[in-house]
Design a binder for this molecule. Structure first.
Ligand SMILES: C[S@@+](CC[C@H](N)C(=O)[O-])C[C@H]1O[C@@H](n2cnc3c(N)ncnc32)[C@H](O)[C@@H]1O
Length: 203
């Protein structure tokens, strides 16, 4: 698990973040496209699916026994765990049931809200940041409703469901469209930003 530990040291420990979600929302089945080697969700959610086509991610997920031992030793739920990895491009189809996941994770890995939305069930959640513009992309999607923001305060994630209409307000007015975001590929300069956004899928 050296690769995982080194990576989490680099990007920051996310255990508190996933713990917060697991406590506050009914989430069991999680899809994490563009995960790289971040298997932290498996500590808090019993059914986790990872999709990443990076060479190093493929090598990491080959060490199945070590990963399984890590989850068994660290999991915070009583039931058995399930973990699956696809070495795929998440923009192409992979063999998971549509409309079935409780949570879709999109962190620093492109427009996952667009390409993997169909795996999320009606009423499911999207955890997303705006590093690559994917939170902005979700905001443009009429089926995603912003229900909370999460900010780190004193190194702890804090969730808020208040004043959500203060987010995604442009400093300078211009037409933000999906094609603009796909070209731009980074977060927009909004008047107020959060570290993470939580959307709910509602058809
Ligand atoms: C910057 S890393 C972020 C990893 C992780 N989400 C995190 O927050 O620590 C981006 C990852 O997304 C993966 N990725 C980007 N586009 C992808 C695609 N179309 N299909 C599969 N994986 C992709 C890359 O291979 C890389 O591992």
């Amino acid at each position: 698990m050296k690769k995982y530990e080194e990576y989490m040291k680099k990007v920051g420990d996310r255990r508190d973040l996933y713990n917060l979600l697991s406590i506050n929302f009914p989430i069991k089945k999680v899809l994490y496209p563009g995960s790289y080697v971040d298997i932290t969700p498996s500590i808090y959610f019993s059914y986790t699916v990872y999709v990443d086509n990076d060479k190093k991610a493929k090598k990491f997920f080959k060490k199945e026994n070590i990963i399984k031992e890590f989850i068994s030793e660290n999991k915070e739920y009583p039931e058995n765990y399930y973990i699956k990895y696809y070495p795929n491009d998440y923009r192409s189809k992979f063999d998971e049931e549509k409309n079935s996941f409780d949570l879709l994770i999109s962190l620093y890995a492109g427009f996952i809200s667009k390409y993997c939305k169909n795996y999320l069930k009606d009423g499911g959640f999207l955890l997303v940041n705006d590093s690559h513009g994917d939170a902005s992309m979700a905001k443009l999607d009429r089926n995603f409703r912003l229900i909370a923001v999460i900010d780190y305060k004193n190194s702890k994630p804090v969730i808020s469901q208040k004043n959500l209409d203060q987010y995604f307000i442009l400093k300078k007015q211009f037409a933000v469209t999906p094609s603009f975001l796909e070209e731009y590929k980074k977060g927009i300069d909004f008047t107020k930003k959060a570290d993470f956004y939580l959307f709910k899928l509602e058809y």
